[in-house]
Design a protein around this ligand. Structure first.
Ligand code: IVH
Length: 718
């Protein structure tokens, strides 16, 4: 085992390869903890050290660079380091909350007592909608924007200047319009509008799905894509990007609402200060209003509350600030909250209702997502009858059962969620919810791979929810490569019920007359009729695909082009492959072992393959397809004259002259079948230095062993 303190140049190939594997794993885990869970498990310095070591080893052993090398991950996805710290000129405070008119009145009484004001003194307030976003502190020097920071712990925040500079000038002026104090801090809330959020969330969901499809095809994928739960999350995530170019693509806006440190006073009242903010070029919330006295607050609260649902951004209350700044100064703070301001919050948007059903939606990639169907109920002015349940773990964690009375909440004003269950109201016969064993769209087995949260339909080839995606993959360039069958045409043929499975594509000719009647396909114009005849010709030209293309085209999870090639080379003919896959369904069978021992096909990939073949509907679809197409026999490697051609070879121990991976690849090219374990079927065991049990087993079984020199000699490697 190599140790992290061994200088990379002193590592042997075996050690380097093993270390690259663990590094890939550790870096991925750190990326997930940081980006996905927002809960880093290692420090930035430790993370940087891991990446540096990975790069150093890769530079010395370029041929050992892994498919999933972290150095290939998309730029900007992984943090190079965190943000610099930035100390605020004056602390960024939080606000006390009031829930209702009584608490607000209490707040005003405290002010009167503190300032020793009589009942006849007038308390003028400014009411401002309380935006649910992220507060920032902007520093201007001589009218120029020089620094921007998050709130952090109130005293020290993160320096996010580069990210803030991506906001439109109209929201964050780079230069203030004169006159202005030499030094001034301006505070405001960065947010995403509801409409922008929904578009952004949907786009993220689409990207996540595309990523999943690539992953399924065994292609390289970047880091996990996060789907934000609400506009606040989306704004926070956007501002915390380490790559400002990512932030630049996010539609962020800002309302300015307060001052921090200032070299000279700006105004005598808060309302005048807001006017200064506008003069300098900031947006101040247009609903902000000067209230002549404290009694006007209640009506203002109601009025903003009524407008809440129709506003384009999330608010969770109204902030009331005493207008006179001299009074603000006298009042000062208790702990971290000012005595001169309060946040009057809206009542929580919660409601209770009965859970009628848990529906399962099948995504385009076969992901099964539970969704709650409830008795419709009004939550904060919006009728709600569906709520997302995320995944089955969440249902189990909250122990949500059909028939339960549930507490619903609109999170961040947009997506309803079930917060909890009212246990006292649970019907006696309510049983814990059981995840589906079969896909509701096609009836195929639904499985949840170990370590994943999502359950999936295994009926890839036949599941109607997935058909269009599967067909698109089936005809794509690296798969069957059928030209003229773009997404639009597939959808048209699918919706007309003509193409429901891959095999149907090869029966298209039989429906040609019917298709010709369609607009854009028919005899009406020469061009149109050519379109169909070209397509039919393209289809005919693909009746004898290379076996590896054929296997890849089936769209079996984790069987990308590379793995398909390995399978094709190993099994040679589609008949043989099919037969061995069926046999491999039995755990512990020889065929299962053979599959798992193919160089490059690990046990988890083997499991996916077997799951595909375990589903009778997939087998039926495959056979149907095979009645239409005849894949070619895969080329065998080597010219058959090598003493290793057709032989089963195992490498063990450390080789001196090449890496084990390289030696295995050479044997593979010479037509050998390289396996990992020694059995009676093994023809040769090539024994390197420090070989362990495999050499011993070979001796026990009487399998021929070769030294490295003998192997090189027989392989004509010199
Ligand atoms: S004034 C001392 N005004 O609410 C006054 N805050 O709990 C400090 N917020 O961290 C803040 N809209 O993120 C103020 N119009 C507004 C606000 C507002 C939203 C947020 C802000 C702050 C939190 C205070």
């Amino acid at each position: 085992m190599s140790r992290r303190d061994t200088p990379p140049e002193e590592l042997t190939e075996t050690e380097a390869s093993a270390e690259l594997a663990t590094l890939a794993e550790e870096i991925t885990a750190a990326d997930i903890a940081y980006h996905q869970n927002d809960a880093p498990e290692i420090t930035d310095a430790e993370y940087d050290a891991l990446r540096r070591r990975n790069t150093a080893i890769e530079a010395l052993f370029p041929h050992l660079k892994r498919e999933d090398s972290p150095s290939e991950a998309s730029p900007g996805a992984a943090p190079a380091a965190g943000f610099a710290k930035s100390r605020h000129g004056t602390p960024m405070l939080s606000l006390d909350n009031a829930f209702g008119a009584d608490e607000f009145l209490e707040f005003t009484k405290t002010i009167r007592r503190f300032l020793k004001l009589g009942d006849d003194a007038v308390l003028r307030f400014v009411g401002e909608p309380k935006i649910d976003g992220l507060s920032v502190n902007l520093t201007y020097e001589h009218g120029k924007f020089v620094r921007g920071a998050t709130r952090g712990d109130g005293t020290i925040g993160e320096d996010i200047t580069r990210n803030l500079e991506t906001l439109p000038e109209t929201y964050l002026p780079r230069t203030l319009k004169a006159p202005f104090p030499d030094q001034i801090e301006i505070r405001g809330e960065v947010f995403m509008t509801k409409a922008d959020f929904i578009a952004f969330r949907d786009e993220q969901a689409r990207l996540a799905e595309e990523r999943e499809q690539r992953r399924e095809r065994g292609e390289k994928v970047g880091p996990e894509i996060r789907i934000p739960a609400n506009p606040r999350n989306a704004a926070a995530g956007s501002l915390r990007q380490l790559d400002p170019e990512v932030t630049a693509k996010r539609p962020l806006k800002m309302f300015a609402y307060a001052q921090g440190a200032s070299s000279t006073p700006v105004a005598e009242t808060h309302s005048d200060y807001l006017k200064a903010l506008e003069r300098w070029g900031f947006h101040v919330n247009p609903l902000s209003k000067v209230l002549p006295d404290e009694h006007a607050a209640e009506a203002f609260q109601d009025s903003i509350g009524t407008q809440r649902a129709s506003l384009d951004y999330d608010i969770d209350g109204v902030v009331y600030k005493l207008d006179r700044l001299d009074w603000q100064t006298r009042l000062g703070f208790v702990g971290r909250t000012p005595r001169w301001a309060i946040a009057w919050k809206f009542p929580a948007e919660q409601a209770t209702t009965v859970l009628l059903e848990i529906q399962i939606q099948v995504g385009r990639t076969g992901a099964l997502t539970p969704r709650a169907v409830m008795q419709p109920v009004n939550v904060g002015g919006v009728m709600v009858q569906h709520a997302t349940l995320h995944n089955e773990d969440e249902i189990a964690r909250k122990d949500i059962r059909i028939g339960d009375t549930v507490v619903l909440q609109r999170a961040g004003d947009v997506i309803p969620q079930i917060v909890s269950v009212v246990l006292e109201k649970r019907p006696k016969d309510a049983a814990p919810w059981q995840p589906l064993t079969h896909c509701p769209a096609c009836g195929s087995h639904a499985v949840r791979p170990e370590g994943e949260v999502v359950r999936r339909c295994t009926g890839g080839l036949i599941c109607p929810a997935q058909t269009v995606e599967r067909l698109k993959h089936f005809v794509s360039r690296n798969a069957m490569d059928i030209e003229g069958l773009g997404e639009e045409n597939i959808i048209a043929l699918h919706d007309a019920g003509i193409v429901k499975s891959p095999a149907d594509i090869f029966r298209l000719e039989k429906r040609a007359d019917e298709i010709r009647q369609w607009e854009g396909w028919g005899k009406a114009s020469k061009k149109d009729s050519k379109k169909l005849s070209n397509l039919l010709a393209a289809i005919e030209g693909r009746r004898n695909p290379a076996l590896e293309r054929f296997i890849f085209a089936l769209g079996i999870r984790r069987i990308g082009a590379q793995n398909a090639k390995l399978l094709a080379r190993h099994y040679q003919t589609v008949e043989h492959w099919r037969e061995r896959m069926i046999a491999a369904r039995v755990i512990g069978s020889e065929a299962r072992e053979e599959l798992g021992s193919i160089q490059g096909i690990g046990p988890s990939i083997a499991t996916e393959l077997v799951e595909f073949f375990q589903e009778p509907r997939n087998l039926a679809a495959l056979d149907d397809l095979l009645s239409e197409v005849k894949p070619e026999q895969a080329e065998s490697f080597g010219d058959g004259t090598s003493p290793f051609a057709g032989k089963v070879v195992v490498f063990t121990g450390t080789l001196e002259r090449s890496s084990r991976d390289e030696a295995e690849a050479i044997a593979d090219r010479l037509g050998a079948k390289v396996t990992k374990s020694v059995s009676k079927k093994t023809d040769f065991v090539v024994v390197g230095a420090d070989a362990g049990s495999k050499a011993k087993k070979a001796a026990e079984l009487g399998v021929r062993t070769l030294t490295e020199a003998e192997w090189r000699e027989m392989a004509s490697l010199g």
